[in-house]
Design a protein. Structure first.
Length: 482
């Protein structure tokens, strides 16, 4: 539910804005005595020497970068430069793939990059050559991946100043993949173009509404990409609000629809600004510690997406009831019955900005949390299928303490007879930095039309999701223990 953020800051030596996170490094581990002896005198590699094994599928650019870094390792430490440390193998490979397959007009730039990197594999670049290399790389990357450039620009604008929750919820790995894939998919290309335009509409770092809209377009491209990997998928360009977002076709030829909503923070317009201010105060505290002479500065803040803007002291950061009630309220408010009138339609909720406790385990009614030796209620299953008065268990405050938090104040989405939810199948998703979590829940009795069967519902949920369950808890045993 919350993720504490505790950055460390060292005394800055220079005011640099790195082009990309996690670049290749020229730093070395201590050289062994045998290797030190082999370096005296320094000689160029002999023709009969066995070349370094290269990764399969590597481009000529990344191979040249590898050789350049290896050459730097042969130099005494005081002679090494960091000119190549800003480049990443995977970015060079991606640039090569796109230019060779889709942008042949940029091949001269590719050749220039390769020539300079080849020179760097044989000798240390002069300052002029290093500037030329960095310049041609920056221009080429901006032409090939303009959306990534805009994303990195705003990340750099926030660095050391503050943080926007919607921007930090965008996975750069997914963004890189989406933009490259868009060259071969016209539907995705249109979505990525809209994402690019939304970045351009952001006014400044305080424009939380602009970044929230950026995330909406990012989520739409992300979900389309995920659906299209499993089903024939087409985006619906709605001329009115009553249409779903995507139409998909099962292998058996049956058609279904997907209505997407990107769930935001509790009372997002106000809460986004508060979290922005919290992040700024954290950076101010770090800067103050550095100015006081501390070599290592530390500060922390909470990332609490379920916290209301004006907390009266009743907010409980570990409450599962709060999560369940918030999800039900947001789902009922986000989806309109008219959006589900075209045929079998799945509700898809992108939850990256909310952070669902329990992950895949949350599709079970309860699961055993071995870390706390306790039975915990699955937030998603209870939000869909729990009935009023059912108990909700959370992690106890300490081992042996009671885990009962309270009881459901209302029926879940699929069992409330008076407030009908417009569909019988939902997908909750989190596309994280390390792995994607798609959690499906469906009512096995759902029959949106006479031609649709429970096997069709399972054909969507079971293929698309990393964890799934129904009202009978048919699959809960697969996620019943952490």
């Amino acid at each position: 539910m919350e993720s504490p953020s505790t950055p460390l800051a060292l005394l800055p030596e220079q005011n640099l804005k790195p082009l990309e996170p996690m670049p290749a490094s020229t730093e070395l581990s201590p050289t062994s005595p045998e290797a030190h002896q082999a370096q005296q005198p320094r000689q160029a590699p002999q023709p009969h020497q066995t070349p370094h094994p290269q990764p399969e599928g590597a481009s000529a650019l990344s191979l040249a970068l590898h050789e350049g870094l290896m050459y730097q390792r042969t130099l005494p430490r005081e002679e090494r430069t960091t000119h190549l440390g800003v480049f990443a193998y995977e970015r060079l490979d991606a640039i090569t793939r796109v230019i060779e397959q889709h942008l042949p007009s940029l091949k001269p730039d590719l050749s220039t990059l390769l020539n300079l990197l080849t020179v760097a594999s044989q000798t240390t670049l002069t300052p002029e050559q290093a500037i030329e290399l960095r310049g041609i790389y920056n221009r080429t990357h901006e032409k090939v991946f303009p959306v990534n450039e805009k994303y990195l620009y705003w990340c750099h604008q926030f660095h050391g100043l503050s943080e926007d929750h919607s921007l930090r919820s965008i996975s750069w790995d997914h963004l890189k993949r989406l933009e490259e894939e868009s060259y071969a998919d016209d539907e995705l290309k249109a979505l990525v173009q809209e994402l690019k335009l939304s970045f351009g509409r952001v006014k400044d770092v305080s424009d939380s509404q602009g970044f929230r809209q950026v995330f909406e377009y990012y989520g739409e491209a992300l979900v389309y990409s995920k659906l299209s990997k499993h089903f024939k998928t087409k985006r619906i360009v709605a001329r009115q609000d009553s249409m779903p977002d995507f139409v998909c076709v099962l292998p058996n030829g049956k058609t279904f629809y997907v209505e997407l909503k990107s769930l935001d923070l509790v009372q997002a317009p106000l809460r986004s600004d508060q979290m922005h201010e919290d992040a700024m105060n954290q950076n101010i505290e770090i800067e103050d510690q550095i100015l006081q002479g501390n070599k290592v500065a530390m500060a922390e803040r909470e990332i609490a997406p379920f916290k209301p803007p004006f907390d009266d002291g009743s907010y409980d950061p570990r409450s599962l009831l709060l999560v369940i009630n918030t999800l039900m309220k947001k789902a009922r408010g986000a989806f309109k019955e008219s959006q589900f009138a075209q045929g079998p339609t799945f509700a898809f909720m992108l939850c990256d900005r909310l952070m669902i406790p329990g992950g895949n385990h949350s599709v079970a009614p309860q699961y055993f949390e071995r870390g706390g030796d306790a039975v915990v209620s699955g937030a998603l299953w209870n939000a869909c299928f729990a009935k009023m008065g059912w108990p909700v268990f959370r992690m106890p405050d300490f081992k042996g303490a009671p885990g009962l938090e309270g009881h459901m104040p209302e029926h879940g989405l699929f069992v409330d007879e008076y407030v009908k939810f417009p569909t019988g199948a939902v997908v909750f998703s989190e596309f994280g930095w390390q792995e994607d979590t798609l959690m499906g829940l469906y009512d096995s009795t759902w029959r949106p039309n006479s031609d649709w069967t429970v096997e069709d519902t399972e054909g969507v949920i079971h293929v698309l999701c990393t964890a799934y369950n129904d009202e009978r808890n048919s699959y809960g045993q697969s996620v019943a223990m952490t």
